[in-house]
Design a protein around this ligand. Sequence first.
Ligand code: PEP
Ligand code: MN
Length: 350
Amino acid sequence: MLVVMKSHATPEQIQAVCDYIEQLGFRPHPLPGAQRTAIGITGNQGEVDRGNLDELSGVAEVIRISKAYKLASRDVKEEDTIVRFPGTDASIGGRNLAIVAGPCSIENREQAFAIAEQVAASGAQFFRGGAYKPRTSPYAFQGLGVEGLKIMAEIRDKFGLRIITEALDNESLEHVAEWADVIQIGARNMQNFSLLKRAGKLRKPVLLKRGLSATLEEFLMSAEYIMSEGNYEVILCERGVRTFADHTRNTLDLSIIPAVQRLSHLPILVDPSHGTGRRDSVLPMARAAIAVGADGVLVEVHHQPEKALSDGPQSIYPDQFARMMDEIDQIATVVGRKLPRGIQIEAPAV
Ligand code: PEP
Ligand code: MN
């Protein structure tokens, strides 16, 4: 159920509607839009008993949402969600493209700094790197943990880059939430519902990667888990799914981009690194991702991929990343987008 407020509804009227929804035993989710505020209602297992909602002052209409996902749906919020990073000009969603680049894993300080310096020089605004790694083998490098997070925080201080890194479980979530700007929930955890709910209780953006065999509806339902707890800053990421094709590590499903944009207001990025698993495919698929309308790309970059402790074969070299930025820049203008180069940090108020 959705309560659409009149365009001139006052904050007091919005609050009164939220209070009334709580009295009915449900949870209100006020979602301000450009024209008007909509208030999503969750917490019901069946039909909401709408009581006198229609008659409260400031209410324009009360609508039933038939989709399984509510808060993630465009029915609830027409305009695109833009996730902003206070104190900077960086954003994810909206006209500006977001480029996330960095190694698969943070291996040591020198490695992370060498890569960060180069991706920052090419104009990336976001730095990625795993401190907690979901590896297929328990004997493979598992990440540096908190030490890796601290290295990334130093990188933010030095280069201004905003930090995106994965939380694997409830324990790492606490650490990641403390140090990072965006919490990544990986493909293997897309349906780890307790982790999604915990991330939903935080007030920090979450980058949710599509599961290896997730349908579009399952993907959006996982976003809904996070949003249902009150965290509305969810960024989706297509990273390829399992198919019979064996020429790539996964099959990058770019056709999900327009489908997501039709159904949801949430931003969506594309990860051509995990999506293809091959260095020579990353650039072409990154170009295609921007052409199809993605809000940005997430790519693995390594200055010495042959020595990388994880995902070397799919990591591009810094000079390839520089070329990718130039190519994306050109495609951006064709599709009505803009590629910001570098991140502007506001001086702290004195
Ligand atoms: C990653 O981004 O490092 C990662 C492990 O991705 P995914 O969850 O998509 O495999
Ligand atoms: Mn990786």
